[in-house]
Ligand binder design. Structure first.
Ligand SMILES: *[C@@H]1O[C@H](CO)[C@@H](O)[C@H](O)[C@H]1NC(C)=O
Ligand SMILES: *[C@@H]1O[C@H](CO)[C@@H](O)[C@H](O)[C@H]1NC(C)=O
Ligand SMILES: *[C@@H]1O[C@H](CO)[C@@H](O)[C@H](O)[C@H]1NC(C)=O
Ligand SMILES: *[C@@H]1O[C@H](CO)[C@@H](O)[C@H](O)[C@H]1NC(C)=O
Ligand SMILES: *[C@@H]1O[C@H](CO)[C@@H](O)[C@H](O)[C@H]1NC(C)=O
Ligand SMILES: *[C@@H]1O[C@H](CO)[C@@H](O)[C@H](O)[C@H]1NC(C)=O
Ligand SMILES: *[C@@H]1O[C@H](CO)[C@@H](O)[C@H](O)[C@H]1NC(C)=O
Ligand SMILES: [Zn+2]
Ligand SMILES: [Zn+2]
Length: 842
């Protein structure tokens, strides 16, 4: 095996390193620590401000009741007067939040119990994944980047791109909104406030984090993800979160944005502790952990002096109480207490399954108000009361545990499909193991499957180490895809071995003509093998097409002498042709199997890398990219169709294999292209999927046509190299020229008796096929073989003719057999069973 060049080895090592999970990037510079220290002291100052301020200290908009005449600000970045943020909509933000909350909780007897934290029970643990539509509301004062002077409001930073459109800017009127909420999982998150301080806020609070994906479908066509941190009041089901960045101390100012003093007090107290804890931890690990806490975007995780501005967001979420129908309660209205108990029972069963029966797990539903004080944006989730329920029902989703079990379910289903692929591969390999059958299978068809399986394997293998909740299914998938990959790889290796033209040394050796020179030629000719590695990957893989007899293959020139056609047929064996007919040709070096595999790894890694980075692309570009990737992937039968045509081979793969693989490879795509609540929450594209299905069906149809009427049916003769036609039209006019197979000619005595008897039968059903039928013994199975022979001067263009020609095969040495018999024979030996003449492969 030739050694791989150093750069390729390095490339593979790099890819492995890149794929390995959790490679903690610890080489952070000491120079950064100055910055980290100053940022942490900034956080401390902000925490002090949070600690010492009171409700209504932040009142940027003067209300009309005139109690306090001047607007009031707090000394937090983004919340100061000199930052000039657009706080005009803050009142509306609180107002809309309360409206949504009160709409979600039905008033009982005209009394809004939600206000006193006595509303209907909601999920206490809000972790989950939600999806819905947002609609934009007219903002009071539109803002542009020109409205701000960032070098003035945050002088310590060197801003990049603050004088162009900021990131995360929304320009359209509507789009999709995804929320992935992660509540704090520790039980210690609850803080029971004393009744005196917090009579109304329900006494419960915890911290939450959310990854929110906004798709600006109508406007820029971009989508982006942002991370928000905040708090969750489980009793009311209210969640408030904000982004935090160098120009916006969102998490520190969050209590000032809450709807009321109760929320302010409980969140101020709670944040005072948790933020303190975070800052203290960061201060302790100032050299080892320089990641930004409360970071709002996924770009570089480290502190930087050159940040680029993003629009900042504040989000208000209200969890809806599950409807009674979804709990399976019907119209029997239980009291509030039992609702709460039911929810609690379901939640505790979800968190630590004990096997308690759960009839039905209601969906998680929330309404959202999204407000950007610096870009002046105001958005809401689409749903009642402003929109009918049919148009949008706010954000709908499932709880985290349900999501996990659904992911596990689908991962297992995928693993089962992978095992299905393994079974199909094994079935195919049972049939395809002789050089003759291996020669028919297209290398590239199997390669495409192998690349896809390899990508599945590497994705699953790199995920498995970090998959806490999905460990076992991911491990199963890793194993299944590994099996599929190795078995496909071994099949591919055999195909490669058979289809690569053997090195010249061996050819000359087998020819046996080299004599005493053979030793020296082999050393001489092995020298040019190594340097020429730049050969294209496509060319040399397909062995030279079988150039075979012109005689019987083409009815028009069928009266060429039999001797000539026998000679041609003999030279149709690839090894003989290449060695004998083109002796002076320099050996074309084909890439070794190992180097091809290396290329496949590179291609797979590149595709995965581009797919991952396509998250940041325009939505249409990404969707086109993914659709084209899927289309290329599902074009896997095209190389096989091509190879069938070139080799004049009707069928190389089992139908079971073709249809099974097509289905098993379409199904995972169907999940993402058709299922709206798939676990990645990707946009579904039923039309694109229909096109993909049609494309696969078309390929299978072509393969079926090739099997039924011959691979070259309907293709102009000049377009492909000649190949031996095993199913020629047998014509009576060839009899004199010796063109008819031995035993069928008029002068051949052995077939005569039988012919007579078959002629008797012909009288019974006259006029079949426009010709006569003659009979002969098949030398392999010793059964009668009836062949239609076209009468002199007649044309045979009928469809039945096409099919009846499938029944027999004529060798270049003019022997005729049952198709099935000779095909089975040829799977083992490429020699005529009667005269041991070499046969061209099919
Ligand atoms: C918070 O404020 C109190 C006084 O209101 C002060 O005693 C305490 O040290 C402050 N805590 C922090 C973390 O600044
Ligand atoms: C605001 O806080 C900064 C430190 O973060 C301090 O230097 C500045 O004097 C404060 N401004 C006011 C008006 O208190
Ligand atoms: C919320 O989750 C925590 C931890 O998973 C659990 O201890 C707590 O009981 C849950 N709350 C409810 C109301 O089920
Ligand atoms: C922004 O503020 C800086 C520092 O105060 C000042 O030098 C600059 O002129 C200001 N730019 C604009 C456009 O006002
Ligand atoms: C946001 O987009 C609008 C419309 O394209 C533009 O006028 C505005 O300047 C942008 N805002 C920022 C902060 O870039
Ligand atoms: C959960 O809250 C506790 C205390 O409130 C805190 O120590 C812990 O870090 C939090 N966990 C997460 C994942 O935020
Ligand atoms: C904030 O936390 C400190 C201790 O970390 C405490 O002394 C102070 O009273 C807290 N402030 C408020 C407003 O809860
Ligand atoms: Zn037979
Ligand atoms: Zn023969």
């Amino acid at each position: 095996m030739p050694e791989l060049p150093a750069f390729r080895v390095l490339g593979i090592i790099f890819i492995l390193w890149w794929m390995l999970p959790g490679s903690d990037y610890q080489s952070q510079s000491v120079a950064l620590s100055d910055l980290v220290v100053s940022r942490l002291s900034h956080y401390r100052a902000s925490l002090d401000v949070l600690n010492t301020t009171h409700w209504a200290d932040f009142a940027p908009v003067v209300e009309d009741d005139g109690d306090h005449a001047s607007p009031r600000y707090v000394n937090l970045t983004g919340f100061r007067e000199e930052d000039h943020l657009s706080w005009q909509d803050l009142g509306r933000f609180r107002e809309r939040g309360l409206q949504f909350s009160r709409h979600a909780m039905l008033a009982v007897d005209g009394e809004q119990l939600w206000d006193v934290a006595q509303g209907e029970a909601v999920w206490a643990n809000a972790s989950g994944v939600l999806l819905g539509q947002w609609v934009r509301r007219q903002e009071t004062i539109p803002r542009t980047y020109d409205s701000y002077n960032l070098s003035e409001s945050v002088p310590s930073m060197h801003w990049i791109g603050d004088k162009t459109d900021w990131a995360r800017n929304v320009t359209g009127g509507t789009g999709r909104l995804q929320v992935r909420l992660t509540g704090n999982e520790t039980v210690a998150e609850y803080e029971q406030l004393s009744k005196v301080d917090a009579p109304l806020s329900g006494g419960l609070i915890r911290n939450v984090k959310a990854v929110v994906t906004v798709e600006d479908t109508e406007g820029s066509g971009l989508s982006w993800e942002m991370v928000l941190f905040g708090v969750h009041w489980p009793r009311q089901g209210v969640i408030m979160m904000a982004t935090t960045s160098e120009k916006f101390d969102g998490i520190f100012g969050l209590p000032h944005l809450t709807p009321g003093p109760d929320y302010f007090q409980s969140s101020q107290r709670f944040l005072n502790q948790t933020l303190e804890h975070t800052i203290a931890t960061k201060e302790k690990n100032i050299y080892s952990d320089q990641n930004i806490p409360w970071k709002s975007n996924f770009e570089s995780p480290l502190h930087t002096r050159n940040p680029s501005p993003h629009c900042e967001y504040v989000v208000y979420l209200q969890t809806h109480p599950p409807s009674r129908q979804s709990l399976g309660l019907g119209s029997a209205i239980p009291k509030g207490e039992s609702m709460a108990e039911m929810l609690q029972a379901i939640e505790s069963e979800l968190e630590s399954p004990l096997g308690a029966p759960i009839k039905h797990i209601p969906k998680l539903q929330m309404s959202a108000v999204v407000y950007s004080p610096d870009c002046g944006l105001f958005m809401e989730s689409k749903g009642p009361p402003d929109f009918p329920r049919s148009e949008g029902d706010h954000l709908l989703g499932v709880k985290f545990e349900v999501q996990i079990s659904s992911i596990n379910y689908w991962l297992l289903a995928y693993a089962v499909m992978m095992f299905g692929q393994v079974m199909l591969l094994k079935g195919q390999m049972k049939e395809t193991y002789t050089p003759s059958t291996l020669g028919r299978v297209s290398f590239w068809t199997i390669s495409m499957m192998l690349i896809a399986d390899g990508m599945t394997f590497s994705a699953a293998a790199s995920w498995v180490a970090t998959a806490q909740y999905t460990f076992l299914p991911t491990l199963t998938l890793t194993f299944a895809s590994f099996m599929s990959m190795t078995i496909g790889g071994s099949l591919l290796a055999k195909i490669h071995e058979v289809q690569t033209p053997p090195p010249r040394t061996r050819r000359e050796g087998t020819q046996g003509a080299a004599g005493p020179n053979s030793g020296s030629t082999s050393t001489a000719s092995s020298a040019p093998l190594t340097p020429n590695r730049t050969g294209t990957a496509t060319g040399p893989i397909l062995p030279g097409p079988v150039t075979a007899g012109r005689g019987l293959g083409n009815p028009a020139v069928a009266n060429v002498g039999a001797a000539a056609s026998i000679a041609d047929g003999a030279s149709a064996v690839p090894g003989a042709v290449t060695a004998a007919a083109r002796p002076g040709e320099p050996p074309t070096q084909s890439p070794t199997f190992q180097s091809l595999m290396g290329r496949f790894v590179l291609v797979g890694a590149l595709v995965m890398f581009v797919s991952v980075s396509s998250i940041a692309w325009y939505m249409t570009a990404r969707s086109w990219f993914l659709n084209i990737c899927a289309l290329v992937y599902l074009s896997m039968w095209i190389p096989q169709i091509y190879r069938n045509i070139i080799r004049n081979c009707r069928r190389a793969l089992k139908w079971q294999f073709v249809i099974g693989q097509s289905l098993l490879r379409l199904l995972p795509l169907a999940y993402f292209w058709l299922k709206t609540d798939n676990f990645l929450l990707t946009r579904t594209e039923p039309r694109a999927f229909a096109v993909l299905c049609l494309w696969v069906w078309l390929q299978i149809f072509v393969l079926a046509t090739q099997d039924a009427v011959g691979p070259r049916f309907g293709i102009p003769k000049g377009w492909m190299p000649d190949a031996w036609d095993y199913h020629p039209v047998l014509r009576e006019d060839n009899v004199e020229a010796g063109g008819l197979p031995i035993g069928l000619g008029a002068e051949d005595s052995p077939g005569r008796d039988r012919r007579r008897s078959s002629e008797d039968r012909d009288k019974a059903r006259p006029g079949s096929g426009g010709g006569t039928t003659r009979a002969i013994d098949c030398a392999i199975c010793r059964e009668v073989l009836e062949v239609p022979v076209v009468k002199a001067g007649e044309e045979d263009m009928s469809v039945t003719g096409v099919f009846s020609r499938r029944m027999y095969m004529v060798t270049p040495c003019r022997h005729i057999f049952h198709s099935l018999c000779l095909e089975n024979w040829m799977n083992f030996r490429l020699q005529c069973p009667i005269c041991r003449e070499d046969l061209p492969p099919m």
